[in-house]
Design a binder for this molecule. Structure first.
Ligand SMILES: Nc1nc2c(c(=O)[nH]1)N[C@H]1C(S)=C(S)[C@@H](COP(=O)(O)O)O[C@H]1N2
Ligand SMILES: [Mo]
Length: 321
């Protein structure tokens, strides 16, 4: 772990799955402890065999039937083909469930996503607990094609359905003291067993400056590929900030707080030198353990040059001058 190596050109091995999770590996030292045994037996007791089939079609609610497919906002165009749905839904990061990207789609089915509420609180005039179905009814829902770039140097291009975070923040009226937004994922350690790792800062949290949160690109996704989000993608609602590394795009959000300082976040707390708070995609700033100059599209394996701000500079570069 202490070996720091900056790879020269393109270098991503078959071990692509491990880099981001290296700091979670303390789990391995704790094999055989009571807690780990408990977690393992819970797993063996058939938690996965009783899980719903990840490929089964979830019936749409009445509101969802009206929503999908949502109108596409043509302002956001891609410079490359869409990633195939099957590939995007089968290669996920969701450390609450497992570190194995190919297995997330199975384990994440344990997450109950209805009823679901999102509490918006803190430095706002009108704090409110929103039921997810009320958000679907009241927010301006549209489809946007965005690229997403993981800090591990893989990338995808997908159609999200959702609404600008700004619309939700405007509804609660932030007060002028608010400078940052903190978001929190659910905490259900006996459902999402990654959270049993007490030495990690669960629940997952992320944060943005208020200006970033209000930017027109900043999106709350409730769907993907023309239907509600499958659980592995962060159902029923997740953040999407396409100019930042993927770990900023926090899944399955239960709480959004307006605050007056930069909040601690999950990855930044675990390993701040590798996972910065700002985390803007930048080909010129290597990760301490690999270059960020290029990226690999999942599915096609196409190698592309990494774009500054992941290609979204015209929207966000002015935030950082
Ligand atoms: N709650 C939560 N959100 C999360 C993560 C996570 O482990 N837990 N992983 C992040 C990372 S590292 C990436 S790259 C993206 C992946 O999103 P996808 O699986 O929908 O492609 O989700 C982000 N959001
Ligand atoms: Mo990531």
């Amino acid at each position: 772990m202490s070996q720091i190596k900056i790879s020269k050109g393109w270098e991503i091995s078959g071990n692509l799955a491990t880099p981001e999770s290296v700091y979670m590996r303390r789990r391995e030292f704790l094999k055989g402890t009571a807690l780990t045994t408990l977690a393992t037996s819970a797993l063996l007791m058939g938690c996965t065999s009783k899980l719903p089939d990840p490929d089964a079609e979830t019936p749409l609610s009445e509101i969802e039937k009206k929503l999908y497919p949502a109108n596409r906002n043509e302002q956001f165009q891609l410079d490359r083909p869409l990633t195939s749905e099957r590939i995007a839904a089968g290669y996920n990061n969701f450390y609450e469930f497992t570190e194995v990207k190919e297995d997330v789609r199975v384990h994440a089915q344990a997450l109950p996503t209805r009823p679901w509420t999102v509490e918006v609180a803190g430095l706002v005039r009108k704090p409110k607990v929103f039921d997810i179905d009320d958000l679907l009814k009241t927010m301006p829902i549209e489809e946007r094609l965005y690229r997403l770039r993981c800090v591990e140097a893989w990338a995808m291009a997908v159609p999200w359905t959702g609404f600008p975070l700004k619309s939700l923040l405007d509804a609660v009226e932030p007060i002028s003291k608010a400078t940052h937004v903190r978001m929190t994922t659910f905490y259900m350690p006996f459902t999402a067993q990654g959270q049993l790792a007490f030495w990690q800062p669960w629940p997952y949290t992320e944060g943005l400056t208020l200006a970033e949160a209000m930017n027109e690109l900043t999106f709350m996704a409730v769907g993907i590929y023309g239907h509600p989000l499958p659980k592995q993608h962060g159902a029923p609602i997740r953040l999407v900030v396409p100019w930042k590394y993927g770990f900023k795009s926090i899944k399955s959000v239960v709480k959004i707080e307006l605050i007056d300082s930069r909040p601690p976040t999950f990855w930044n707390t675990l390993q701040g030198l590798e996972y910065q708070f700002t985390a803007n995609v930048d080909p010129k700033v290597p990760h301490p353990r690999w270059s960020q100059a290029k990226e690999k599209m999942i599915g096609t394996e196409e190698i592309r040059p990494t774009l500054p701000y992941n290609g979204y500079g015209e929207y966000v570069a002015q935030l950082y001058t």
